[in-house]
Design a protein around this ligand. Structure first.
Ligand code: ADP
Ligand code: MG
Length: 700
């Protein structure tokens, strides 16, 4: 049977130590005990760990695995792993395959090369990894992967997973308190769910390897606009080219084997841009799966002689890539808390959770913006394609009207509903699939979930999700505190919701987020407009935000300070590498090509003149004059960029250095690029040192 014909159901999750495998392979008591740990976060008995490790090892070896690894997510934003083989020597010179409970639960990788933001003293290089049994182990390339959390020897967390797990717990605790007030006695846990839609570009690998900028920085630092861009929009949802289709098929299969439910795939707006969306799962698993998806997207691409670009803005002037983070909360008794429901009680409960999100997003818009900030995403947020840097919420006209009615007791919008008595009357049916879905909103309610669209395509979704979970947990906590004390629950609820709408309706905006008017209007409303990463980073250490994270045990003050330092460091490093790559390409590739063309032109003029024929050489002379002018400007812009980098590097304070990179280096890079793009338009194609946008975008 051909590979592609193997039935999906036969391969789905085949490489995962999932619930079905556990049930089959573990003794009943061990299975039950592990399930309790997974579902309720109870500590795992050491003896059980031993049994689980053994079953995992046998299963992995049967599937051809020889190694195991504690897989973790350091603050680099990508995953890390160190492989150990199962072999253990015996006294007779042979080996046996071993994997103990201790091997499963805890690892001690050398942590010294991972960013710690000053948390880990250099003499203490050790770090710990601890098994996260809420995300299933899996096999990849002959290795058993054990998802783990990563912390320093002294216990401070050094990874992206731990705060996410802590935030999920915080949210569950507060959401359950609110649910109890609505008479729900069965739910014991609320889990946040995420479905991240991932955008990416595919370009021909041979062309990719000819561009130092793509290799070193993931994006093009030079490149004139192609004559055809995305104006025709003929690519969006267009039929898939064969090579791309083959790639997607193989990618799907690889993902399915790992239990990743890749569901939809299609072309995106920009040429060579595509999207993959999985079916949602818990925030934790969705985060792990998204990391694996990004890794496999790149790996599978190579097999098709393609390069997968996950950068937020690989091409200037062409749509960038993001990740739509679809988010909701659901109970273990099967309720989606952002689903309006059908009874007045369900409606009232829905409105409470909806208002909690609205209040949280308004009060902590700075943190949400920070959670998606990176040098790469700066190119995207606020450009005329992606959500703007201003955080606001789209609710749609109908839901907005309902909220305004809650505030004033009467509707203000187009439609007037029968007077809404909270907990007594039902909400009008909300059209779930409203056709006017606002694609320009950074945070949109889409029927039964919120879609956070500011996330960058290359980023780990852990950051936006731990922030989202924590801010909503915080508001739910305050709601519960107040409502638990209320003598008249309904009256208090009504007052609470009305207050929330009154105070926070400024964050609701259903119009065009790309318009100039919105920028002015948002400023009037007092909303943040944090345009660059450097503007966002200081928000991390603001007192209200430090208090938020410590209050819920998501991050300690020192952990926040370390993350703050790492963000600055990442920003500085990214721009520094880009600037140096630009300089290298400018000096060793572009300038020599331009000089060669100058020589060609002067040779032409000279040889024509040498013939003695009365030929007008003014066209050649004017071409020579034109290119020489651009070369001179280009050359002085090279010096200017060198000077800017030097100045930025000379700053000793990390924040000031980041500011210098933003204010001095980036503008110098832009000036240099502008000249290079002019040169690209006049230097003959055969002399131009690397593939152009047209070649990259239309050759797959
Ligand atoms: P679109 O937004 O493109 O119209 P959908 O609304 O069907 O598509 O889904 C987009 C993504 O949202 C998918 O990954 C889907 O699994 C996810 N999603 C749907 N419901 C939820 C939910 N309750 N929680 C989190 N993600 C969800
Ligand atoms: Mg969507």
């Amino acid at each position: 049977m051909a590979n592609n014909e193997t039935k999906v159901i036969d391969i789905f999750g085949i490489s995962v130590f999932n619930d079905a495998v556990m049930r089959e392979r573990l003794p009943k008591a061990a299975y039950k005990s592990l399930k309790k740990t997974i579902d309720n976060g109870l500590p795992l008995d050491e003896n059980i760990a031993e049994v689980v490790a053994n079953a995992m090892k046998d299963w992995a070896i049967e599937k051809g695995a020889t190694h195991f690894t504690h897989w973790f997510q350091p603050l680099t934003g990508i995953t890390a792993e160190k492989h150990d083989s199962f072999i253990s020597p015996t006294h007779d010179g042979k080996v046996i395959m071993e994997f103990s409970g201790k091997d499963l639960i805890k690892g001690e990788p050398d942590a010294s090369s991972f960013p710690s933001g000053g948390l880990r003293a250099t003499f203490e290089a050790r770090g710990y990894t601890a098994w996260d049994c809420t995300s299933p182990a899996f096999i990849k390339d002959g290795t058993l992967y054990i998802p783990t959390a990563f912390c320093s020897y002294t216990g401070e967390v050094l990874d992206k997973k731990t705060p996410l797990l802590r935030s999920m717990e915080a949210l569950s605790k507060q959401a359950i308190r609110v649910l109890r007030l609505f008479g729900n006695t069965t739910a014991t846990k609320v889990t946040t769910t995420v479905g991240p839609e991932q955008e990416y570009f595919l370009v021909d690998k041979d062309l990719y390897t000819k561009r130092k900028d793509l290799i070193m920085t993931g994006r093009t630092l030079f490149g004139a606009k192609p004559p055809k861009g995305q104006e025709l929009e003929d690519h969006y949802f267009g039929s898939l080219k064969e090579r791309i289709s083959e790639y997607m098929k193989e990618l799907d299969r690889e993902l399915w084997k790992l239990g990743i439910s890749a569901k939809t795939k299609h072309n995106e707006v920009a040429p060579a841009q595509h999207e993959l969306a999985p079916i949602f799962s818990t925030s934790n698993i969705a985060t792990d799966h998204n990391q694996l998806t990004m890794e496999l997207m790149k790996k599978v691409a190579l097999r098709h002689n393609l390069a997968c670009l996950l950068h937020e803005k690989p091409f200037a002037g062409v749509n960038g890539s993001g990740k739509h983070n679809n988010w909701s909360m659901s109970t273990d008794d099967g309720q989606n808390l952002l689903d309006p429901g059908s009874t007045p009680c369900e409606n009232a409960q829905f409105l409470v959770f909806l208002c909690a999100v609205i209040k949280a997003v308004d009060e902590y818009a700075d943190l949400l913006r920070l959670s998606v900030a990176s040098a790469g995403n700066d190119h995207r947020l606020g450009a005329n394609e992606a959500p703007p840097a201003i955080v606001s919420i789209f609710l749609g006209d109908q839901l907005t009207d309902i909220l305004l009615q809650l505030e004033n007791g009467k509707a203000e919008g187009k439609e007037v509903y029968e007077t809404l008595e909270i907990g007594v009357t039902s909400l009008p049916k909300l059209p779930k699939d409203a056709t006017d879905r606002n694609r320009t909103s950074p945070f949109a309610f889409t029927g039964n979930k919120f879609e956070f669209r500011m996330v960058g395509s290359s980023a780990s979704i852990a950051d936006p999700n731990y922030v989202l979970n924590t801010i909503v947990a915080d508001v739910l906590m305050r709601f519960a505190d107040r409502l638990e004390k209320a003598e008249d629950f309904h009256a208090e609820l009504k007052a609470l919701l009305s207050e929330v709408v009154k105070t926070h309706k400024r964050i609701i905006f259903n119009g065009n987020n790309y318009s100039e008017e919105w920028v002015a209007e948002a400023e009037k409303r007092g909303l943040y407009n944090l345009k660059s990463t450097v503007d966002c980073i200081p928000m991390f250490i603001k007192e209200k935000n430090v208090e938020l994270f410590t209050r819920h045990g998501v991050l300690s003050k020192t952990e926040i300070e370390s993350r703050y330092a790492i963000m600055l460091e990442n920003y500085i490093k990214t721009i520094n590498i880009e600037a140096l790559t630009m300089l290298s390409m400018a000096k060793t590739e572009i300038l020599p090509a331009a000089f060669r063309y100058c020589k060609d032109l002067s040779d032409t003029v000279n040889s024509i003149k040498a013939t003695g024929c009365p030929v007008d050489v003014s066209a050649q002379v004017s071409a020579l004059t034109e290119i020489s002018g651009v070369i001179n400007s280009f050359s002085s812009n090279i010096s200017a960029l060198e000077k800017a980098v030097e100045e930025a590097c000379a700053e000793h304070d990390a924040y000031k250095e980041a500011v210098a990179y933003k204010n001095l280096v980036i503008p110098a890079m832009e000036a240099l690029r502008a000249d290079a793009d002019l040169l690209e338009a006049i230097v003959p194609k055969d002399l131009w040192p690397f593939p152009t946008y047209s070649e990259l975008l239309f050759n797959v």
